[in-house]
Design a protein around this ligand. Sequence first.
Ligand SMILES: Nc1nc2c(ncn2[C@@H]2O[C@H](COP(=O)(O)OP(=O)(O)OP(=O)(O)O)[C@@H](O)[C@H]2O)c(=O)[nH]1
Length: 308
Amino acid sequence: MTAEGFRSGFACFVGRPNAGKSTLTNAIVGEKIAITSSKPQTTRHVIRGIVTRADAQLVLVDTPGLHRPRTLLGQRLNDLVYETWADVDVIGVCLPSSQHVGPGDEFLLTEIAALPRRPKLLALATKSDLVGPTRLAEHLMRIQALEEKLGIRWEAIIPVSAVTNDQVDVVVNEIVKLLPDGPPLYPMDAVTDESEEVRIAELIREAALEGVRDELPHSIAVVVDEMLPREGRPADKPLLDIFATIVVERDSQKGIIIGHQGERLREVGRDARLQINKLLGTPTHLALKVKVMRDWQRDAKQLNRLGF
Ligand SMILES: Nc1nc2c(ncn2[C@@H]2O[C@H](COP(=O)(O)OP(=O)(O)OP(=O)(O)O)[C@@H](O)[C@H]2O)c(=O)[nH]1
């Protein structure tokens, strides 16, 4: 039963690494679904957050960054980006207020402008809390000037801060306005269609990368091997056992993840478990293994197994 005038569709946020895409997605969906970090390029999976309102359903698709493909993984990620862009109704282009609009941003927009079926474009001046009004105004004017320079059209230009929650609702309203009429695409109570396992794997990956991103930026993946309720627990005190494997490319990386006498891996497990408990709302026990799979990023069979 959907009211007349109900809108539904897909949107994604694009932007240079660190532009604030994941943080904005989280602020909108209100649940930890995407990875955020202070270092670039941690978003790897296509993650959908779903906003359902009385008048609309918005499905947010998170894409990885576009980069120079040096490995099979790089190529697949880029293909995924173009496929995602072709599918969405609205692209929110994140242009951080704290940085100048640069060649990277223009490259991205030129690629979008060349799409056969161009989605509607919203310019989002992200991280607006980091600059004063004068700088923000200048930034907005530079964004405006891109229309003529690149032959694109902004449906709106919106300053937004995901951190202070300023104008996040305006962003959602503007996106919804641009969605086509249509019934909900997912059940009305859905938040995300990403499987729990994938979300858990991402939380572990995030914890494993903490503090060592410079050393291991793209060389780790996480697979959840098994999740089962612990037997013999009282009904009011359940415990979920999660077995997961952290996959690295080299022995030296395995050493980094594990740390001196396993200290670092224990920390990773503790951090990840807290996040997982929050996500699932159930106490969990997390058993982590570290495995070396040489060149997993170049090997198609391994990539398929890891879900890329
Ligand atoms: N002050 C401020 N910081 C922000 C805001 N949004 C994001 N950040 C910070 O900017 C950094 C990058 O944010 P992300 O959301 O991970 O950026 P991203 O575009 O998803 O990055 P990639 O996954 O690398 O492409 C993090 O340290 C965030 O805390 C904001 O509105 N204000």
